[in-house]
Design a protein around this ligand. Sequence first.
Ligand code: 7RM
Length: 634
Amino acid sequence: MNYTISDLPDYFKQYKKSIKNPKKFWDKIADENFIWYQRWTKVVDFDMEEANIKWFKNAKLNITKNCLDRHLAERAEKTAIIWEPNNPDENARHISYRELYEETNKMANVLAELGVSKGDRVCIYLPMIPELAISMLACAKMGAVHSVIFAGFSATAVESRVNDCGAKIIITSDGSFRGNKSVDLKGIIDEAVEKCPTVKNVLVVKRTGSEVVMKPERDLWLSDLTEKASANFITKIMDAEDPLFILYTSGSTGKPKGMLHTCAGYMVYTAYTFKNVFNYKENDIYWCTADIGWITGHSYILYGPLLNGATTVIFEGIPTYPEPDRFWEVIEKHKVTQFYTAPTAIRSLAKESHEWVEKHDLSSLRVIGSVGEPINDEAWHWYNDNVGHKKCPIVDTWWQTETGGIMISPIPFVTPTKPTYATLPLPGIQPVLMDENRIEIMGNQVDGNLCIRFPWPGIARTIWGDHQRYKETYFTTFPGKYFTGDGALRDEVGYYRITGRVDDIIIVSGHNLGTAPIEDSINLHPAVAESAIVGYPHDIKGNALYGFVILKETGEERNKENLRKEINQLITETIGPIAKLDKIQFVSGLPKTRSGKIMRRILRKIAEGDFSNFGDTSTLLNPEIVDEIKDERL
Ligand code: 7RM
């Protein structure tokens, strides 16, 4: 990747160029940094009203040629992946580019033998083990579309995703290790697959050695197949706009959205942003602590680093096992140069005794990053002082599953950082702030709804199977622009600060949760008549969930504590433990407008404990309910 930014004037110069002539800008980057089987006939073709976007039209490529094959000449023995297991007593594994290439080929052969071909979907439900990366690369190599499902999701959540994309194969493991716990992943898949008619086979990786039931014909041990598989595989030639992967993200209403990313644009964008945002240099050891099951892991554990020939750390465990210094220990052990994590992790580790971070030599670090939610001032300073020792720039990177890669972020050693600010857009990115009347807010020291004006190569192209929903969700609120769903303010020098979601998505510990699916799952409880969920500020998680629940009138007295447990159990079963409620208040009614809409704004204020001003309540059908809810607040 030859395209770097040297200093602030250079940034402004490149930024201006990229906006004046985006086609030329991306054409040059794509041209000079990747292996193509065939060039594009047009850099970009788009219609923002209809939400049709195509980059590098008619180009032919395969992302794995760029992630793996191209490095074999100079970096075959270089470590591609350092795998750090959950238990520090187990040895870390160093997987070279050559090994990764061979393992990917074997896995691609296994999939091909099972009848997977170009365009077929493969769901991957694995812990953070090398096979997760290998499975994704194998799919990409053979042209299958991977859809990784975070291995913390419940059987019901897995089932709906597998059925939505119609996967032929699921790759899972006998279990996963998380701290001193282990999770029966295969059991969850067994339960899900019963209701997934498209699934022909379940491939099982041996990880925990725990006993699992293998259903004859359907279930296969992966190692039995890879042992016999050839280490050569003929790479599938893909079109620029062929699907690369589907990744599900919460919607504010309805079922999760299968965001579809395509081959060429995603490749160009993740490679370019990785190089520049992390100041990546050849011998760096880069570590992103996200799970590969989220977009951060796709773009900045796997694809971005490998496209740059980097060494990327894959960590199986959790920050507090065996002790709360695991992150710091791993940084010291592998001499990590770039460390990328989430504010929720920073806040929870900042609460631990100082000695945990002090006792480790973190001097290998050069750049530290934050992603997933706004980083508050206190967490920013703790990170800066205790991890970066005031010499590592913090890259507060704002982006989304939908954007494919980082959009707004400081460039380290170029953009002066400012606590809680994601600062400036990357070259090629045109943020705009819009008011309620759909008018662009010009000038500085303003805030509004964050939109993006022009397409960039990494943008998701559609929602799998529902282009109409894609169009409505992202391109109709502010016609002609991509609407992020976030609010932002622009300060006096043009720096952006993301203030949070403006829709019904709540970010809890960096996980996006839609209110509607959680409410749907609570409403499954036979005693529940109706419910409403809001977020409220939480010291560590950023936001926590507060549920207001109306019970059915049965005349019977119910044990409230048991009900709370049952409701959270239901949520765990239908979505996963990440969506559990911190507080559940039973109420006799919910504040509703005459058109029947719940006024979440009021519930949010009550949950926050801010009773000062509920705003205009004149449109409420039942204003008296507000006092009752307020008086009984938990
Ligand atoms: C990468 C990722 C997207 C949502 C997004 C924001 C929030 C992400 C930041 C942030 C403030 C940040 N993808 N968000 N990064 N808010 N500052 N640096 O998280 O699809 O899972 O979430 O996350 O609300 O819209 S995601």
